[in-house]
Design a protein around this ligand. Structure first.
Ligand code: FES
Ligand code: FES
Length: 151
C-alpha cells in the first residue's frame, strides 16, 4: 500500500516533504495530520483519508515565507535541505503549542529530527530567532496599540 509520503510526493507533486530513512527514524518526512506531527513514511495513505494534512508547502502564506523559514534562511539552519522541511514542521508544531519556547523545549521538540549537515546548533538558533522575531513583532504591535489608546 502507498504511504502518505508517496502520495504527497509522487501523486500530488508536493516534493517539499523529503524521504530520509523511510523507517520512522529521521523525521525528514514530517508533516502535520489533523494537527499532529507524523512521519509520513509510516502512514499508510488509507489512514490519511479525509485528514487535514499540512506539508512544508503550506507554511508560507500568500507568497510570504513563514517566520521559521525566514529564520532558517538567515541563520544558516539549512544546508543540503533534506532535513529542513521536517525540522520546519516540527518547529511549527512546537510554536503553535508553545509560542515562546525555551531552548530546552526547542531541543526536545526537534529531538526526533536528524540533520547530517549543519549540526544542530544553527537549527536550534534559527528556531529561537524566529521566536524572537515573532515576540518583537507582537511587542511592536502592542506598542502601536498602546500609543493609539494614549491619544
Ligand atoms: Fe520518514 Fe525518515 S523518512 S522518518
Ligand atoms: Fe542536510 Fe540537515 S541540512 S541533513
Amino acid at each position: 500500500m502507498k504511504r502518505l509520503l508517496d502520495v504527497l510526493r509522487e501523486d500530488l507533486h508536493l516534493t517539499g516533504t523529503k524521504e530520509g530513512c523511510g523507517e520512522g527514524e529521521c523525521g525528514s518526512c514530517s508533516v502535520r495530520m489533523n494537527g499532529e506531527l507524523v512521519n509520513s513514511c509510516l502512514v499508510p495513505v488509507l489512514q490519511a483519508e479525509g485528514a487535514d494534512i499540512q506539508t512544508v508547502e503550506g507554511l508560507a502564506f500568500d507568497g510570504v515565507l513563514h517566520p521559521l523559514q525566514e529564520a532558517f534562511l538567515c541563520h544558516g539552519g539549512a544546508q543540503c535541505g533534506i532535513c529542513t522541511p521536517g525540522m520546519l514542521m516540527a518547529a511549527a508544531q512546537l510554536l503553535e503549542r508553545s509560542p515562546r519556547p525555551a531552548m530546552a523545549e526547542i531541543r526536545e521538540a526537534l529531538a526526533g529530527n536528524l540533520c547530517r549537515c549543519t549540526g544542530f546548533i544553527r537549527i536550534f538558533e534559527s528556531v529561537a530567532a524566529a521566536v524572537d522575531a515573532e515576540s518583537a513583532g507582537s511587542a511592536t504591535k502592542l506598542t502601536t496599540e498602546q500609543m493609539h489608546h494614549a491619544r
